[in-house]
Design a protein around this ligand. Structure first.
Ligand SMILES: [Zn+2]
Length: 475
């Protein structure tokens, strides 16, 4: 079974926090300049803030600077240079750099790829990484991320970034949420507090967080859902897309709502966003729509066409896959939408990250992937190899001096052997979890690098057929 979009950890972890964590949402936004206790001439460094309800972030447009000259469209582009059937070699340009496609995007659900530093992810060849708006909204809070300079500054990842809306996480809280046309009311998995997600609030959250690419709120259902339920969710996702786009455009035009102000502890450097006027300007972002429709081809086509009728997009995602449907159904869905999605936009297949699924999907025209599988499985002792998955705890590796994967460039494979990796896991040493996570992430990135090289030299069809045959050869 392929992986899904669920977070790496739906459990609360022991994230250290200071003021503003787990905001109560009980009062309106309050901005208090505590200039009396400030030594600085302007008093700007001393600020207090009480978090308010999400909807209070909406500020009347007349109160904000007009920003109609700004357009996100010119900040994003996609060019392809080599094709092989539906597969293509491409370059996706974002405000924070270029992503060579096809590419795997490591997932940092909470603003970090679990167990790995941004330096390690970059050294592994990571080009673009993901975070999750649901988790960052709950902790430390989207406004807190914004006050700390936005997601790039906060995480120290200076390259392209994407946030998923968190819709998947919300819909995963099956006993803790109610869905209506307005949106989703849910209980936080951290402290049980009640929250509402609407298409508009999700846009405000993602624009506060500040990733380059942000995703619409969509309604997710089980992979094998019947036609009527799939159609209802697909139609609703289109209506929510309309609302997302209106709010996205409003923020682009009018600016963001006023930011909260936090008291900076004595001696600490000031917040990154001390210039209020600059802070109101939204980051250059692109909104990606998501094709839904379950395993029903006509619904997938209708969803894709509905999205295209609504305008021009910098990229289009294919969602609702790897949520319980069969692999043949997953691949068939890609084949159904392949001729419908214009080839001039990158296609992002959400939440799919097993090696064979990546290669199969690239053959069917997909350019971007993300999944928590490589790090989650790495922590569980499972490693990707060209010959299928390997469980490193097995006793057969006790004296195995070979590297995990011969041609993998990661430190786990170039420096250590299987016997040592097995020892780390058997001894429950945290280095083992880190090394295997790093290997699995590197493996998928390297696999896509190899796919790009094969596309470039015209050998992709042969390479991908041979690679899949080897991957599935082991019983
Ligand atoms: Zn490796």
């Amino acid at each position: 079974m392929a992986c899904n979009r669920s977070s790496e950890s739906m459990k609360p972890d022991e994230a250290p926090g200071w003021q503003g964590e787990n905001h109560s949402n009980t009062s309106g936004i309050v901005r208090i300049f505590n200039a009396a206790s400030c030594d600085a001439p302007t008093g700007d460094c001393c600020r207090n803030f009480v978090y308010g309800p999400l909807d209070s972030q909406t500020v009347p447009s007349a109160a904000l600077p007009r920003l109609s000259h700004r357009t996100t469209m010119s900040d994003f582009s996609f060019r392809t240079s080599h094709d092989s059937g539906s597969a293509r070699l491409g370059r996706f340009t974002t405000p924070h750099g270029v992503v060579e496609t096809p590419a795997f995007m490591p997932v940092g659900t909470h603003g970090t790829i679990k167990g790995l530093s941004v330096e390690e992810v970059a050294a592994a060849g990571g080009q673009m990484i993901l975070s999750n708006a649901y988790h960052l909204y709950l902790r430390p809070g989207d406004m807190m991320v914004r006050a700390l300079g936005g997601l790039h500054a906060f995480t120290r990842w200076d390259g392209p970034m994407l946030t998923d809306s968190g819709g998947f996480q919300v819909f995963s809280l099956s006993s803790l949420r109610t869905v209506s046309e307005e949106g989703v009311v849910f209980q936080s998995h951290i402290d049980g507090s009640k929250h509402q997600y609407t298409p508009e609030s999700v846009m405000r959250i993602e624009r506060n967080i500040g990733a380059d690419v942000i995703m619409q709120l969509d309604e997710l259902i089980a992979g094998q859902a019947e036609f009527a339920a799939s159609r209802a969710a697909m139609d609703r996702s289109l209506r929510w897309l309309d609302q997302c786009r209106v709010e996205f455009d409003r923020i682009t035009r009018d600016g963001r709502g006023e930011a909260p102000l936090y008291e900076v502890p004595a001696g600490a450097p000031p917040m990154a966003t001390v210039d209020i006027a600059t802070d109101l300007v939204p980051p250059r972002q692109s909104l990606f729509p998501i094709i839904q429709g379950g395993v029903h081809p006509e619904l997938r086509v209708a969803s894709a066409r509905g999205i295209l009728e609504r305008g021009d997009w910098d990229g289009i995602a294919i969602g609702g896959l790897s949520v319980g449907e069969s692999k043949p159904d997953m691949y068939a869905t890609l084949e159904v939408v392949d001729p419908v999605i214009p080839r001039r936009v990158p296609r992002y297949m959400m939440g799919v990250g097993f090696p064979d699924d990546l290669v199969e999907a690239v053959r069917r025209g997909v350019d971007l992937f993300d999944c928590v599988a490589p790090t989650r499985m790495g922590r569980n002792g499972t490693a990707f190899t060209h010959d299928g998955k390997v469980q490193i705890r097995k006793s057969t590796f006790r004296l195995d001096r070979r590297p995990l994967v011969d041609d993998c460039p990661c430190p786990c494979c170039t420096k250590y052997d299987r016997a040592y990796l097995r020892h780390l896991f058997v001894s429950e040493e945290m280095l083992g979890l880190r090394l295997l996570s790093l290997h699995n992430v590197t493996f998928l990135i390297h696999l896509m690098n190899t796919a790009r090289a094969a596309l470039h030299d015209g050998s992709f069809d042969t390479w991908s057929s041979n690679w899949l045959a080897r991957y599935h050869a082991r019983p």
